[in-house]
Design a protein. Structure first.
Length: 122
């Protein structure tokens, strides 16, 4: 069971992470429940520590986000995407991952789909 939505949302707002729930009201009930369950797993103290040590300590200006845009993607064939394009994108992703995959990354990986994990060294 997920935590009470208002309590969790308030914790995120208090931690400066309220944007996580920006579109909560637009989600279907099952999606809301999934978001709440995922958000409940976030260590907000760790997020704060990382923000202070990696972002704020660097002055926040170390990265130019002016040209930031969503990454390209291929729709799943089940959602109207081209099956061939999806297969090529998946193969390219697995190839890219396998070039940089290490046991340390493997140990830290979470929610890695089994159909991808089977292509990577353990």
């Amino acid at each position: 069971m997920s935590p009470a939505p208002n309590d969790l949302m308030e914790k995120f707002r208090a931690a400066g992470q309220g944007q996580v729930f920006a579109f909560y009201d637009r989600l279907a009930p099952a999606q809301q429940e999934h978001l709440l369950a995922e958000a409940a797993e976030v260590d907000l103290a760790e997020v704060d520590r990382l923000n202070r040590t990696l972002v704020q300590a660097a002055g926040g200006a170390a990265v130019d986000l002016a040209g930031l845009a969503p990454a390209p993607f291929e729709k799943l064939p089940a959602h109207g995407g081209d099956a061939g394009a999806w297969a090529r994108a998946e193969a390219a992703g697995i190839t890219g991952l396998s070039q940089y995959w290490t046991p340390e990354i493997h140990a830290a990986a979470f929610h890695l789909p089994p159909y991808i994990a089977k292509h990577l060294p353990a």
